[in-house]
Design a protein around this ligand. Structure first.
Ligand SMILES: NC(=O)c1ccc[n+]([C@@H]2O[C@H](COP(=O)([O-])OP(=O)(O)OC[C@H]3O[C@@H](n4cnc5c(N)ncnc54)[C@H](OP(=O)(O)O)[C@@H]3O)[C@@H](O)[C@H]2O)c1
Length: 306
């Protein structure tokens, strides 16, 4: 059943990553799209997407931008704490956005979360994600939660930057055994699931996960062979990964990988063993993009913090 409401949908971050895929999928479905973004200047010339500010300091403005929407597709989150931004502040901002949607009478929210959100997690990212899901439940609005582990496709950061490092460094360090699995999903599969969930009215939680579950070391070896890298893949104690990533980050003026991201992945939090909801094969996609993958570095700080 389709939710009642207006003739347009609101998507956060339609000029960033998953929001761009969701907006594009909505456009294909014939929907009018409005975006809330902190980067209105990234709107391509002539875009049919209406642009409004993602300004958490202005709840009334957010509610005005949301009034009349059929569904809010929420991708807002921050990857890591930096400067004034933290996971705690992102939880508070998410509450402001949800309250604005409720105030505006938006009948349905589709929210992008992560696998294994947990209020008792040692990791602020996963604790924060659990708090945001709780805030959504507390609203008592019809909603769907999509939980991807790792996204790939489009201009995604992770696989591209592994390929970039493999193309340039003589040695690529894998932390610990490297036997922890990851369960990526293509960003367009996530978008398709999001748009489908927007059409429903039931409250639901869906793991957005693809068909493959390589171990991390298998993934690195596969990317290495596919892009023709001669880098040596070596296993090192996990405790060396955060300082090595910090050094790389200094050289690249980026946050390459946080200690939390590494530890959470090594703890198996980027994996699930449930049925695939995404269709796109990661290895097929890497093979299809072997020429372009890792040619340029994707800088997270440039994208979201500068
Ligand atoms: N990428 C992954 O591999 C991955 C894996 C698992 C789960 N997820 C989840 O998927 C959702 C979307 O992730 P994504 O990678 O697609 O994110 P994204 O497109 O890079 O950003 C999504 C939204 O968050 C805003 N945002 C991001 N960082 C921000 C910052 N530092 N300060 C203020 N606003 C910020 C963006 O603002 P602008 O519109 O201004 O760009 C955009 O509206 C998140 O909830 C994330 O936890 C992602």
């Amino acid at each position: 059943m389709t939710p009642s409401g207006g003739d347009f949908d609101v998507v956060t971050g339609a000029f960033s990553y998953s929001g761009a895929a969701i907006a594009s999928e909505l456009r294909v479905a014939g929907r009018r799209v409005r975006t809330l973004t902190g980067h209105p200047g990234r709107a391509p010339a002539g875009t049919p997407i209406e642009v409004r500010p993602l300004d958490f300091a202005d709840p009334a403005g957010l509610a005005a931008s949301l009034r009349g929407a059929r569904t809010l597709f929420n991708t807002y989150w921050v990857r890591f704490a930096h400067g004034q931004v933290s996971h705690e502040s992102a939880v508070a901002q998410s509450r402001v956005l949800f309250q604005a949607a409720a105030e505006a009478g938006v009948p349905r929210i589709v929210h992008v979360s992560i696998t294994h959100p947990d209020a008792d997690s040692p990791y602020p990212y996963f604790r924060g994600k659990a708090a945001v899901e709780q805030a959504l439940r507390d609203l008592r609005l019809s909603h769907a939660v999509l939980r991807p582990a790792i996204l790939f496709g489009g201009n995604g950061v992770l696989i591209n930057n592994i390929a970039w490092l493999l193309r340039r460094l003589p040695v690529f360090a894998v932390g610990g055994s490297g036997e922890y699995r990851i369960r990526p999903v293509h960003v367009h599969d996530l978008a398709r699931l999001a748009v489908q969930a927007g059409e429903e009215t039931e409250t639901e939680v869906i793991d957005a996960v693809g068909p493959e579950r390589p171990t991390f070391v298998e993934l690195v070896q596969f990317i290495k062979e596919t892009v023709g890298s001669r880098s040596r893949v070596v296993r090192v104690p996990g405790s060396l990964i955060p300082p090595a990533a910090r050094l790389l980050g200094l050289a690249l003026r980026d946050t390459v990988l946080t200690a939390e991201e590494y530890q959470a992945m090594a703890d198996g939090l980027a994996d699930t063993d449930g049925p695939a909801t995404g269709e796109t094969s990661l290895t097929r996609w890497i093979t299809d993009h072997q020429g372009a993958l890792g040619r340029s570095y994707a800088n997270e700080l440039d994208r979201h913090f500068r």
